[in-house]
Design a protein around this ligand. Structure first.
Ligand code: NAD
Length: 483
């Protein structure tokens, strides 16, 4: 019988009351690894109650002690590094190296939370008026929730949880029901560090549990990462409930390649950006815009290098690209490729119908390149979230920036060039929240906020960096006279 996952509430593993389950399938082998409960409002109420009950004691726990828990937690993640990576490969289809990279980035977020005792400090000023002093203090704000996507199942929850709780808040995570197994490991480790009851809670499920969390009056704020369509729903629902919200959405990331770029190294970089995690990254390169004579060279070099990528099961060390998340995702991606062809793009590398020996039913899509893509085509405008790179031609730098700024997304944009002038103009003018110069995946490190503009972000304070300290604390201004 398939194992049914449990929720973690008030320091204990508990059965969800929900009867309904969402099967968790290994997208390469098609094995059903577990059943994820589709938790209901009752399960959510239980988690919020535990988080509320745990808040008073936790906020009074000295901040240095709160940070000490993170040291212990980090050591456990290091000890379980390989196990977490393997579980992630099995639930998501990424390669083992991609999974290892993800765990490493997740650890950076735990490191960042250890600095909360410094980052949470505030300022003050004596004699703001005669004998009157004024100071700011930051206090934890209550119960926070994170609703997270399938593509970085271990790292994205840790963009939020360590900082939120080290600031003195209590926390509820609702992970993607497609990839709840690495989150289960995450909570096994959190259980081992013996946090007081109710500080961290896990509710497995889909839309019903997200909705109940957003609408619960005792939830202070929600951090969301996922598609733009859902990010907008989350933003609108939470703001209507008077909650804080940061909602990081989907993307269509463009890369401009200038004729003065070093083509071989640029293409190597773009290849990693387009096909890493089988294109299922919010920072994935989706469209490469070749400027002038760069276009032809870019196309030839990309096809040459992309053809050599070894597609297979992520647990095999030689695999360079794994599966997409599910059969449904494969079908959707292949349909979008066909739509590109129907709209007039030329398919110069076709990854449809990819079959891997030993994993014949796996959700593989090979690296795909569509050339001669135009701005009005769906493949230029909408997120495909698969290993598909579209190529566009621009006659000038200005035209390339215009094409990029025309997108309704604004997650990331990169330029490859050897010109400082173009690099500066690009940083200055491009409307994207994460900008790369000779970098294909402009992923901010944990101490910087994760950018995102237009339909790629809804809210004011972004995830990570100082924004996260602002998001997870309430400021009080104290004005005192003692004379
Ligand atoms: P998704 O939007 O389908 O789901 C994200 C989360 O929201 C899941 O936990 C899901 O259960 C929940 N959810 C789904 N529909 C909901 C609804 N109607 N109401 C409330 N909750 C709902 O995203 P996904 O397919 O898991 O992840 C891929 C998407 O995430 C891509 O669009 C990708 O670009 C984006 N993403 C963005 C970032 C970023 O930092 N901007 C990072 C990673 C992924």
């Amino acid at each position: 019988m398939t194992r049914k996952l449990k929720n973690y509430i008030g320091g204990e593993w508990v059965e969800a009351s929900a009867e309904a389950v969402i099967p968790v399938e290994n997208p390469a082998t098609c094995e059903i690894m577990a059943d994820c409960p589709d938790s209901t409002a009752d399960d959510v109420n239980q988690a919020v109650e535990a988080a509320v009950a745990g808040f008073e004691e936790w906020r009074r726990t000295p901040v240095l002690s709160r940070a000490q828990y993170m040291h212990h937690f980090k050591n456990l993640v290091e000890d379980n590094f390989e196990k977490i990576s393997q579980v992630m490969v099995m639930e998501s289809g990424k390669t083992i190296d991609e999974a290892r990279g993800e765990v490493r980035r997740a650890i950076e977020s735990i490191d960042y939370a250890m600095s909360v005792p410094v980052l949470m400090r505030s300022d003050g000023l004596e004699d703001i008026s005669s004998g009157i002093d004024e100071t700011t203090i930051r206090q934890p704000a209550g119960v926070f929730v994170a609703i997270t996507p399938f593509n970085f199942p271990f790292m994205v929850p840790l963009w939020f949880l360590p900082t939120a709780i080290t600031c003195g808040n209590t926390f509820i995570l609702k992970p993607s029901p497609q990839t709840p197994l690495s989150t289960e490991l995450l909570f096994e480790m959190l259980d081992e560090i013996d946090l007081p009851e109710g500080v961290v809670n896990l509710v497995n499920g889909g839309i019903a549990s997200s909705e109940a969390l957003m609408k619960h009056p005792d939830v202070t704020g929600v951090s969301f990462v996922g598609s733009s369509h859902v990010a907008k729903i989350i933003y609108e629902t939470c703001t209507a409930q008077g909650k804080r919200v940061q909602a990081q959405g989907g993307a269509k990331n463009y890369i401009a390649v200038m004729p003065d770029a070093d083509m071989e190294s640029s293409v190597k970089n773009i290849l990693g950006a387009a096909y890493g995690c089988a294109g299922q990254r919010c920072l994935a390169a989706a469209v490469a815009v070749g400027v002038g004579e760069a276009y032809g060279k870019l196309k030839d070099e990309l096809v040459k290098q992309a053809k050599t990528l070894q597609v297979g099961y992520g647990l095999e060390e030689t695999t360079q690209m794994g599966t997409v998340i599910s059969g449904a995702a494969k079908e959707r991606i292949e349909k979008m490729i066909q739509q590109g062809v129907d709209d007039g793009a030329s398919i110069v590398l076709d990854g449809r119908g990819k079959v891997v020996d030993g994993y014949e039913n796996g959700s593989f899509v090979g690296p795909t390149i569509l050339a001669d893509v135009k701005t009005d085509m769906v493949v230029a405008r909408e997120e495909i979230f698969g290993p598909v790179l579209s190529l566009m031609k621009a006659d000038s730098f200005e035209e390339a920036v215009g094409i990029i700024n025309n997108s309704h997304y604004g997650n990331a944009a990169s330029i490859f060039t050897s010109s400082g002038k173009y690099a500066r103009e690009f940083k200055y003018n491009v409307n994207a929240g994460n900008v790369g110069v000779n970098i294909g995946v402009a992923a901010p490190s944990a101490s910087f906020p994760f950018g995102g503009q237009k339909d790629s972000f809804f809210g004011d304070l972004h995830g990570q960096g100082m924004d996260s300290i602002e998001f997870y604390t309430e400021r009080k201004i104290v004005i005192e006279r003692w004379i």
